[in-house]
Each structure stands twice: as structure tokens, then as C-alpha cells.
Design a protein around this ligand. Structure first.
Ligand SMILES: Cc1cc2nc3c(=O)[nH]c(=O)nc-3n(C[C@H](O)[C@H](O)[C@H](O)COP(=O)(O)OP(=O)(O)OC[C@H]3O[C@@H](n4cnc5c(N)ncnc54)[C@H](O)[C@@H]3O)c2cc1C
Length: 463
């Protein structure tokens, strides 16, 4: 029987759910508090140039393909799919005075161990995609789980697993381990699967849709609307109950509620109590988006990763929610006409930051120091912000405005045993069978593959 379904939030989690549920024939209304589609994946203009904020790299394309296949199975017609442009490298990493591209080139001393590592993880690409798109404890996922256990054995964290690889140089371990920050947590708090992700990304490559990342939520919204879903912007949900979702303006009756909000915010809207900041939280970011007066020097790659000299020190700072001495930064650089049809070059400098609600800007001492360090390491003669024509800074305070308290990008940080199939919260609870949870705070990992996979898993019984 078609149901009245209210989806809360028009980010990637909400839109993935809305497209599939509407295509299945349910009556779907999406309520979004902001005035844009995409949540953290937002499109802005800086000095007349189009820049997408939030996610910048598209990984694990098998999850996207699984979504499209499900949409078609339900009878949906696909418009032209996105054109994914594979970047020449996974990234150029700057670490302790060295500069290393991934995949590690033959000329680098780490080439052999890197090749060995990639070879050991090659067979896990399919199983990881299966696990990302399978409900917890789904029997069909057991063979995939078996393949992972064959590689990791009893090593339960990324750190434990990497430390067991006696043949691997310590620096290479650090470089692989830092990728757990893409899930907002340190490598002692994540499953070993995160180590494999680096190797798989190196094989599969990373990509960006032509036109930019915001093309992803735009296409999802189009599929949802073409399937009959109604997407209402500027509708802030004030309370959620078994039969109704209330905004400031009106009440929407609902047989089912799909919430893509941070789990703590969903709970607060149900209980009527004020949401509490989780003591242990995933990281936030200071994200600086700029249009440049002139392109960066020739040879600057699209995606650079500037590592801290002492990753352990950064993990400690993030755990105690204090400012780091040095952090891990992404520098995403687009030449004019690359990916976007911009006339000017643009850059995003994304500094990993504590989830402390702060309103940091370029004058904040640790941000200033990091910008200078990043500029120097990527080979600029002047601080990068001297090349900005105009810029915009998004920080923990901004992310808190529509997400988890503190600005934690992936919500609360759960104990290790809850970072797999037993994740907390679960997609559904026994006491509230009408509530389905999706979004970055639910499926471990929190990036686009986890959010889209998690949404498909959560609502599977409804489609
Ligand atoms: C700087 C940055 C870089 C990133 N880089 C990558 C990357 O390269 N690759 C990758 O895979 N992932 C990346 N991520 C993660 C990825 O962006 C997120 O995991 C994903 O976008 C989260 O989607 P979501 O639907 O869970 O949440 P959101 O996008 O936060 O959506 C939730 C929506 O709910 C709305 N909302 C909140 N409260 C209410 C309310 N009361 N009523 C109505 N609506 C409400 C919000 O406005 C928002 O639109 C990055 C994130 C950031 C911030």
C-alpha cells in the first residue's frame, strides 16, 4: 500500500531516499529548512565563479550504480547519467618534507610496498561495495564479510591492522591511516576496512562529475521530483511524532518519517527536549573556497593532501576538541574550464578542525599558520590567500547551523564495536517502527557512498 512519507532534509541521504520511495509509488514530501538542494553539498558563487562546497571527491562508484539500478528496477527512467571525470591521481601527499603521489610511482622508495598493499586489497573492491549497500547482518553479505576477514584476521582497528604489516614503512602506514579522517575519526577508532579504501581508491581512481559535485544532489532531486515527490525548501521541522511532522507553518501527516538529520537532532525533535552535544564527536572543518586572481603554478595537481608532521598529535587534538598544532588539509584546485566552466581558477583549502562550534577565520592563529604551511609545501612563493580575488569561509559554526552540534560532520563518535553492522543508532528502532534514519550520522563512514548506501539499506523494506 502506498504510504504518506515525510522525508526530512534535502541532503544526499534524504534525496536518495525520496527518489526511491517516490518511484516505488509512495506519496513523498521532502521538508528542507534551507533554501538550497544538497545540504552539505552546496553550490555557491565566489567572484562570479561556480564553486561546490562540502564533498569534492566521488568514490566507490559501485554504490551510485547500485542506486541507479534500484531506481530503474522500480520502473524509473534515467535521464542522461552524470559524466564522471577521473582525476589523474588519487592525490599528491605532502608529508615530512616528502612529496608522494598515490598511486605511488615507480621512482619512489615506497613503490614496492605500496604495490604489495594494493594487490592484497584488490579483491575487496566488490565486497566493500556489497557491504556498503547491504542491510546489517544481511545473509547475502556474508561472503563479502568473509573476504574481508581473510585479509584483516582478528585485527579490529585500522591502526592494529596496519601495525601488523611488518614489511610496510612506518611513513606509508601514517599516510594510509590518515584517510580515516575522511570519516571524521582517528585510525584507532575505525575498522581496518578504512585501510583498504585507500588501496581501492588508487585502483578505481577518484572522480568528480562534470559540472561539479552539486550535480549529484541536483540529479537526485530531479529523479525524486520526476517520480512524484514534492520537495519543499524553507521548511524547518520543529517536531516529529508518530503521525505528524510539524514545521513552523503547518503539520504534515505521515505514516512513515525518514529523517536524514543528525541522530541527536532527530531524537530532540521527537522528545521535545534540547539536543545535547555528544562528548565524543567526529571532526569538523574550516573550509576556505576562493576564486583566484591567477592560476596556481603549472603542475599543481587537482587534489593535494597536506599531512601534519605528527599525525598522532592531530588525533589527540581532535579527540579533546582542541585546536591542532598542525592538521590534515585538502587543497582542491580547478584550472579555468576544468570540471566547471569557470573563466577563473578556483581553489578550496579544507582544514580538518575540531567540532567545537567555533567561527574560525583566516586570522585565527592556527588557521593562519596552517595556510602558510600549506602554501609553502605546495610550492607557492606567497601565502595562498594573497592570490584570492574573493573567498568564503565555512567553519564548525556554519556546519552546526544545519547539522550536528559542535559542527561534527559525521555526528557522534561511537565505540569501535559500533562502527560496523551494529552501528548506533540503527536504521530503525523497535519502539518507533514508523521512523527510518538515514544520513551521515547513521551509516558508519559518513561519506557519500555510506550516505547513499545507508539510505538504500534503511528504507529497503519500503521499496
Ligand atoms: C567540507 C566537507 C568535505 C567533504 N568531502 C567529502 C568527499 O570528498 N567525499 C565524500 O564522499 N564525502 C565528503 N563529505 C561528506 C559528505 O558531504 C556528507 O557525508 C554528506 O553530504 C551528508 O549528507 P546527509 O544527507 O547525511 O546530510 P546533510 O547534507 O547535512 O543534509 C541534512 C539536511 O537536513 C536539513 N535540516 C537540518 N535540520 C532540519 C530541520 N529541522 N528541518 C528541515 N531540514 C533540516 C539540512 O539543512 C540539510 O540540508 C564532506 C563533507 C564536508 C562538510
Amino acid at each position: 500500500m502506498p504510504k504518506n512519507i515525510v522525508v526530512i532534509g534535502a541532503g544526499l541521504g534524504g534525496l536518495t531516499s525520496a527518489a526511491l520511495l517516490a518511484q516505488k509509488g509512495h506519496k513523498v514530501t521532502v521538508l528542507e529548512q534551507g533554501d538550497w538542494i544538497g545540504g552539505k553539498s552546496r553550490r555557491i558563487e565566489v567572484a562570479g565563479q561556480v564553486i561546490d562546497t562540502g564533498p569534492s571527491l566521488f568514490t566507490f562508484p559501485g554504490v551510485w550504480e547500485t542506486f541507479l539500478a534500484k531506481y530503474q528496477e522500480l520502473g524509473g527512467k534515467l535521464p542522461k547519467d552524470l559524466e564522471f571525470i577521473r582525476l589523474a591521481e588519487v592525490g599528491r601527499y605532502f608529508f615530512r618534507g616528502d612529496q608522494i603521489d598515490i598511486p605511488v610511482p615507480e621512482s619512489h622508495q615506497w613503490h614496492k610496498p605500496w604495490q604489495k598493499f594494493v594487490a592484497q586489497h584488490k579483491a575487496l573492491e566488490g565486497p566493500i561495495t556489497t557491504l556498503l549497500t547491504s542491510a546489517p547482518l544481511d545473509l547475502k553479505a556474508l561472503p563479502a564479510l568473509g573476504k574481508l576477514l581473510n585479509v584483516y584476521g582478528t585485527r579490529l582497528s585500522t591502526n592494529n591492522y596496519l601495525n601488523s604489516l611488518s614489511w610496510m614503512p612506518e611513513g606509508l602506514k601514517d599516510l594510509i591511516a590518515i584517510h580515516t579522517l575522511n570519516a571524521g575519526v582517528s585510525p584507532d577508532q575505525t575498522l581496518p576496512i578504512y585501510a583498504s579504501m585507500t588501496a581501492i581508491m588508487s585502483e578505481q581512481g577518484i572522480s568528480v562529475p562534470r559540472g561539479g559535485m552539486n550535480e549529484v544532489p541536483q540529479l537526485l532531486a530531479k529523479l525524486a521530483e520526476e517520480s512524484g515527490a514534492e520537495i519543499l525548501l524553507g521548511q524547518r521541522v520543529m517536531s516529529i511524532s508518530k503521525h505528524a511532522v510539524k514545521t513552523q507553518e503547518r503539520s504534515y501527516s505521515a505514516d512513515v518519517v525518514v529523517s536524514s538529520l543528525d541522530a541527536s537532532l532527530t531524537d530532540a525533535l521527537i522528545s521535545g527536549k534540547t539536543a545535547k552535544m555528544a562528548p565524543n564527536r567526529s571532526c569538523s572543518g574550516v573550509a576556505i573556497y576562493a576564486a583566484l586572481k591567477n592560476p596556481l603554478p603549472a603542475g599543481t595537481v587537482t587534489h593535494s593532501v597536506v599531512m601534519p608532521d605528527d599525525p598522532a598529535d592531530l588525533y589527540r587534538a581532535l579527540k579533546s576538541n582542541s585546536s591542532p598544532n598542525q592538521t590534515m588539509s585538502f587543497v582542491n584546485y580547478y584550472e579555468p574550464g576544468h570540471i566547471y566552466s569557470n573563466k577563473k581558477a578556483t581553489v578550496a583549502v579544507l582544514l580538518t578542525a575540531p567540532a567545537d562550534s567555533a567561527d574560525y577565520d583566516l586570522k585565527t592563529p592556527w588557521v593562519r599558520d596552517e595556510l602558510d604551511r600549506v602554501s609553502n609545501l605546495i610550492g607557492l612563493e606567497r601565502p595562498i590567500d594573497e592570490l584570492f580575488e574573493d573567498f568564503k569561509v565555512l567553519n564548525a559554526n556554519y556546519f552546526e547551523g544545519f547539522g550536528a552540534l559542535g559542527g561534527a560532520l559525521y555526528g557522534a563518535k561511537n565505540p569501535l564495536w559500533q562502527s560496523g553492522p551494529f552501528h548506533n543508532p540503527s536504521y530503525r528502532s523497535l519502539t518507533k517502527p514508523w521512523l527510518y534514519r538515514v544520513g551521515a550520522s547513521v551509516h558508519p563512514g559518513g561519506g557519500i557512498p555510506a550516505v547513499m548506501g545507508g539510505a538504500m539499506n534503511s528504507i529497503s523494506s519500503l521499496i
